[in-house]
Design a protein around this ligand. Structure first.
Ligand code: ATP
Length: 293
């Protein structure tokens, strides 16, 4: 009988992003606190009679061929285990595309985990994360999930327990705005690093201890200077979401997604209610722990 499996692909937010120098290999050295959130795509993996990999997606803007990160990830896993490629991957897209939420990487990670589970393959998480890095810098983190301090190009990960109880998270994206991560890094002008080192060091303890007032004073995302300049509507969105003053608001990754962290769902819902649904896609979510925990 042909097998079918359904997996969830969780988005991430960057609770702080420090962009350091450009390396000889073209990547920037970064430091970021990455956090998985409940917002997720759903991927259904089906074995088929026909040879090859096929991608179907509910979102018209997502490539369906070998450019889809699910395609790339599936090929790597199937070749690694010498398994035949004869699958359909149906992606139900809920994570906004090209928004700084690592939706493509999350889908790729979910496809990898799904195939490993489908064929009961013996592989430890660190080895799977190494395979994931062949797909993209964010894939090792989203494979494991939870909370991690990421350095290097985002692949050196030190995991921590996420805040308890979870924080409520509002994610909002201005409709019709997409940002290429590559474009944002290419246009980034590095500034002074001394004050950032001290501020960045304080992010993890403030975040884990849910000290949102302290967090607001030290949190920064270097790519805001690039994306907010080109898309002033993202700056406006940040202001609107921060209007209630209870939350901590920041752009995620290269944007244009903006998130607000709130101590509870009621305050998050109040802040979300200030955002016009005609102008923004708005999601009321929460932080989550590592997959499988
Ligand atoms: P990151 O922050 O990891 O760079 P992002 O969240 O800004 O990513 P994605 O949603 O991952 O952006 O999409 C970036 C581009 O990747 C899209 O414009 C699309 O062409 C391509 N892509 C490939 N596979 C997928 C996928 N499964 N889902 C969404 N986009 C994909």
């Amino acid at each position: 009988m042909k097998k079918t499996l359904i997996v969830q692909a969780h988005a991430k937010i960057n609770v702080g992003l420090w962009v350091k120098e450009k390396r000889p290999d073209g990547y920037h050295e970064i430091a970021s606190l990455m956090q998985s959130i409940s917002l997720a795509d759903t991927i259904t993996i089906r074995e088929t009679r026909e040879e090859g990999l096929r991608i179907e997606c509910s979102h018209p803007g997502v490539p369906l061929g070998p450019d889809n990160l699910v395609h790339k990830a599936a090929r790597i896993v199937l070749e690694h285990f010498r398994l035949p490629a004869c699958h359909v991957f149906q992606i139900e897209k809920n994570i906004p595309v090209a928004a700084g939420l690592a939706g493509g990487s999350a889908d790729a990670a979910a496809a990898m985990l799904g195939l490993v589970r489908m064929y009961d393959q013996p592989i430890a998480m660190p080895q799977l994360m190494e395979l994931g890095l062949l797909v993209g810098s964010d894939v090792p983190f989203v494979l494991h999930g939870g909370l991690a301090l990421a350095t290097g190009r985002g692949e050196h990960l030190v995991f921590h327990e996420p805040p308890r109880p979870p924080l409520a998270v509002v994610v909002a994206v201005p409709k019709g705005v997409q940002v290429s991560t590559r474009w944002a890094y290419e246009n980034y002008q590095p500034g002074q690093n001394e004050r950032k080192e001290e501020a960045f060091r304080q992010i993890l303890p403030a975040y884990r201890n849910r000290q949102l007032v302290n967090l607001r004073h030290v949190l920064f995302n270097d790519l805001e200077s690039v994306t907010l300049h080109r898309h002033p509507e993202v700056a406006e969105l940040k202001e609107r979401l921060a209007a209630g003053r209870e939350g901590v608001v920041l752009m995620s990754g290269s944007g244009p997604a903006v998130f607000g962290l709130f101590p509870d769902r009621r305050l998050a819902a109040q802040a979300a209610a200030n955002l016009d649904p005609q102008r923004y896609d708005v999601f009321l979510e929460h932080t989550i722990r590592a997959s499988g925990k």
